[in-house]
Design a protein around this ligand. Structure first.
Ligand SMILES: Cc1cc2nc3c(=O)[nH]c(=O)nc-3n(C[C@H](O)[C@H](O)[C@H](O)COP(=O)(O)OP(=O)(O)OC[C@H]3O[C@@H](n4cnc5c(N)ncnc54)[C@H](O)[C@@H]3O)c2cc1C
Length: 456
């Protein structure tokens, strides 16, 4: 009789859980063990800022699959509060430790998926160690702590003006705190928007009361046991009740390094298009992995839920015997900040410059999301970046309006399918006065880019 396949998955976030669920679809008989350090089954990290703001009132509603559903319906053995501490690649055994009892267990495997995620980075700041009032946001417990501290605070500094920093700025403003956001670049949201687009979001946030300190960082924090003030690189001292550090996340590759897996130049686990991590039967997925981006073809860290879930599916299916391929990443991102929808896909101007790619031509359009005569249209600005040599789309961004996500999704398809700007420009978009204009802002920005390419 054929023995059932033993599949072990390390990390029970969205990548690991998707891997387990997909593996179950491919192999109904496999013995699947999902090992997770946290005490909850997979929950939506993306919902954490909204839990802090109070828009989501029940933390349990963020849990996607309960332990009972995973174990009883999907026959996946879920070990919570358990950390995988060693992988013996020759004997094919994972050693795990219960983080409360320290009791060790051994888990033999035929195939293995590493989905260990990422951890928030910490910049060097003098006086930080051991002080209370300093937070990071990655886990449900972090969100509980921030929410509790916010209730007892009147002011907060946020270090880092990327998406999580801005979502927190909005959440804390909504709770009535005086918020100052400190960001080292010249404009916020620099990982996903060009400065001209990020500026639109910053102006809206300023209108809502957020104060920004750009092109600087925090060098020192003051206070006895609890933080009382932060000092910036340009010497400003800002009294605050709490500080949240959101300066990015590093792939959690400690176990992968100890197990001899190859780590790439972005500090992520190196995988092939099947998500195989270089050892037969060993796969990796999610925030711990670096993977080829669709524009430059270079390995990149694109740490998004969208990506983690897709990688997890491919890794899980292949670990269960399928032959699935992960496409290159477009990096579609969206959010709603202070009532403004924002979105981006592909590379920004800064990414393009850093990769040494040809400087793009860009087209921009600022228009309304409905015909001018019809009430309710919202202002939107769209930008499309085009490679002047190949005429292919390199990236796109949108701020404002409505249905931003769907416009960015169209650009993602254009990037994934290697469409040229003239093809995008001829896209037949739908129209009705109460829904969408005849000339969609996406088409107008594409036309604008095309004109520049042709006539400048
Ligand atoms: C506040 C916030 C908001 C976000 N908003 C968005 C958004 O709007 N849209 C979007 O696309 N993305 C968003 N993201 C990013 C998205 O949440 C991540 O890309 C996604 O969660 C990554 O999933 P993962 O499974 O790879 O890693 P993780 O979710 O980090 O899960 C990894 C798990 O593995 C566990 N683990 C690590 N090592 C071990 C070990 N040795 N043994 C056992 N367990 C281990 C960790 O404890 C963790 O539970 C957001 C992230 C945050 C923090």
């Amino acid at each position: 009789m054929k023995m059932p396949r033993k599949l072990v998955i390390i990390g029970g976030g969205v990548a690991g859980t998707s891997a387990a669920l997909q593996a179950r679809k491919v192999d109904r008989d496999a013995e699947i063990t999902l090992i997770n350090r946290e005490k909850h089954p997979e929950y939506s990290r993306c919902g954490l800022p909204h839990l802090i703001s109070g828009i989501i009132s029940k933390p349990e509603s963020l849990i996607v699959h309960s332990q009972a559903a995973l174990e009883q319906m999907m026959k996946i053995k879920l070990l919570l509060e358990t950390e995988a501490v060693k992988i013996d690649m020759n004997e094919k055994i994972v050693t795990a430790k219960n983080v409360r009892t320290n009791r060790q267990t051994q888990h033999p495997f035929d195939s293995l998926v590493l989905a260990t995620g990422a951890k928030p980075s910490t910049p060097p700041i003098e006086g930080l160690n051991g002080k209370s009032g300093v937070y990071k946001l990655r886990t449900l417990e972090d969100a509980f702590e921030i929410a509790e501290a916010a209730r007892a605070s009147r002011s907060a500094a946020i270090l880092g003006g990327s998406l999580i920093g801005m979502e927190l700025a909005e959440a804390l403003t909504r709770l009535g705190l005086k918020v100052t956001l400190i960001h080292r670049s010249s404009e916020i949201l620099s990982p996903m928007l060009d400065p001209d687009m990020g500026r639109l979001v910053r102006l809206k946030a300023e209108d809502e009361g957020v104060k920004f300190m750009l092109e600087t960082t925090i060098l020192k924090v003051a206070g006895e046991r609890k933080i009382e003030a932060v000092e910036t690189a340009n010497g400003e001292i800002l009294p605050v009740d709490m500080l949240i550090i959101t300066t990015g996340t590093d792939p959690d590759v400690d176990l992968a390094v100890r197990s001899g897996l190859k780590i790439g130049r972005n500090r992520g686990i190196v995988v092939d298009s099947r998500m195989c991590a270089g050892v037969e039967g060993v796969y990796a997925a999610g925030d711990c992995v670096e993977y080829q981006d669709a524009v430059s073809g270079e390995p990149s860290l694109i740490q998004l839920g969208t990506v983690a879930v897709r990688m997890g599916r491919v890794a899980g299916a292949n670990a269960a015997g399928a032959h699935e391929i992960m496409p290159p990443l477009a990096g579609t991102t969206t959010a709603n900040l202070f009532g403004l929808e924002i979105g981006s896909v592909g590379l920004t101007m800064r990414d393009i410059q850093r990769r040494g790619l040809p400087p793009p031509k860009f087209g921009k359009a600022s228009t309304l999301t409905k015909p001018e005569y019809y009430p309710g249209g919202k202002p939107i600005t769209m930008k499309v970046l085009v490679n002047p040599e190949s005429l292919k789309i390199m990236g796109g961004q949108a701020v404002g309006g409505e249905n931003v996500a769907q416009r960015i999704n169209v650009l993602a398809l254009a990037i994934q399918q290697n469409l040229k700007i003239d093809a995008l420009m001829k896209l037949e978009t739908c129209y009705a006065p109460s829904v969408a204009p005849i000339w969609d802002p996406l088409i107008l920005s594409a036309e604008n880019a095309y004109r520049k390419l042709k006539f400048e």
